[in-house]
Design a protein around this ligand. Structure first.
Ligand SMILES: Nc1nc2c(ncn2[C@@H]2O[C@H](COP(=O)(O)OP(=O)(O)O)[C@@H](O)[C@H]2O)c(=O)[nH]1
Ligand SMILES: [Mg+2]
Length: 354
């Protein structure tokens, strides 16, 4: 299953423009057979030079890049948590994604109406944050009484209830759940509640054409990624030479979409591992810190359930030695077990049993 990122924001901030640019990007997404999955879901290939190098060595039948799915979620408005503007449906769509990119309007075009009548990035961010937090508080309000009933029979739930109450108080004061200090074990305990504000979040500032180079104030402690969605949509339609010329004119080093892809990977704590065989050389996305069975599960849930071991070669070794056989002879093919923490660029072969 591909990693999915929901694009959220107020109406008319440029979400669909960005989505279209992402999924139209020539030469990359077009190679992927399922580029448009549903009208509002698009698969975007993650550019990776290592994949090309592996393909050069293995000469497989096909090469498949890692993909990130972007979901264009209809605009959230104030009151969404109470069902305003089809709010519940949107919130349910967000719940299914692994991460959130929020598009914030910075561009000033008078022809494009702002739902609240003024361009106010900080105010917009606040509106969306409030909606997401209110939705999560609603989730807890339902979950806690249920957990308390179950806790009469199962005392182990007491820890989870106490944690839920702590998060409730924290969010009540206007903070996203992800900002609360907690141990990885506590975060794991919260996982089945699918809180929206526990998801990793990235901000895209949709700026005016002339403002792509300017510094912006941090949002929620991080600098937003500056993009002009309109420019990106145009760039996605041009051939590489024309695109380069247009970017030079605007003073852009690289398309904003590339920056977005890279920053999304970094901020969301993601990395790639590879599978390399005659049929296919392929890149996959997994969390930094994930153990081998979780990586196996990215390929197929059976691989995770029946995980036995992972034959692993680092990309550097594969690159230097040139083949799996050579890596094996050189003693660079490792047999890793359930506790192995996957490293960026690992070339893996899973053994499993179902
Ligand atoms: N001037 C300008 N207009 C934009 C930009 N991005 C989007 N728009 C326009 O804003 C309007 C709403 O964009 P859309 O992507 O549909 O917004 P959504 O409601 O957030 O999906 C459209 O008319 C776009 O052409 C931008 O970067 N600059
Ligand atoms: Mg839209």
């Amino acid at each position: 299953m591909a990693l999915s990122i929901g694009i959220v924001g107020l109406p008319n901030v440029g979400k669909s423009t960005l989505f279209t640019a992402l999924t139209r990007k020539t030469g990359v997404a077009a190679n992927y057979p399922f580029a448009t999955i549903e009208p509002n879901v698009g698969a975007v290939a993650v550019p990776d030079e290592r994949l090309a190098r592996l393909a050069e060595l293995v000469r497989p039948g096909r090469i498949v890049p890692a993909v990130v799915e972007f979901v264009d979620i209809a605009g959230l408005v104030a009151g969404a948590n109470e069902g305003e503007g089809l709010g519940n449906k949107f919130l349910a769509n967000i719940r299914e994604t692994d991460a959130i990119v929020e598009v914030v309007r910075y561009f000033t075009d008078a022809d494009v109406v702002h739902v609240e009548g003024r361009v106010d990035p900080a105010g917009d961010v606040e509106t969306i944050r409030t909606e997401l937090i209110l939705a999560d508080l609603g989730t807890l309000e339902k979950a806690l009484p249920r957990l308390e009933r179950e806790a009469k029979r199962d005392k182990t739930l007491d820890v989870k209830i106490a944690l839920g109450k702590r998060v409730q108080i924290w969010m009540d004061s206007g903070h996203r759940a992800a900002r609360m200090e907690m141990t990885p074990e506590e975060a794991e305990l919260l996982r089945d509640l699918h809180l929206l504000t526990m998801k990793p979040m990235l901000y895209v500032a949709n700026v005016d054409e002339g403002a792509v180079g300017r510094d912006l104030a941090p949002i929620d402690g991080v600098e937003p990624i500056r993009i002009c969605a309109k420019v990106e949509a145009d760039l996605a339609e041009l051939d590489p030479a024309e695109a380069r010329e247009y970017m030079d004119e605007l003073g852009l080093d690289e398309p904003g979409l590339d920056t977005l892809g890279r920053e999304a990977y970094r901020l969301l704590g993601l990395q790639s591992f590879f599978t390399a065989g005659e049929m296919e050389v392929r890149a996959w996305t997994v969390r930094i810190g994930a153990k081998a069975p979780e990586a196996a599960g990215v390929i197929h849930s059976d691989f995770e359930k029946g995980f036995i071991k992972a034959e692993t070669i680092s990309f550097a070794d594969y690159d230097a030695l040139g083949s799996e056989a050579a890596a094996k002879t050189a003693g660079r093919l490792r047999i890793e077990g359930k506790e192995y923490v996957v490293q960026d660029g690992d070339v893996m072969h899973f053994r499993f049993n179902v």
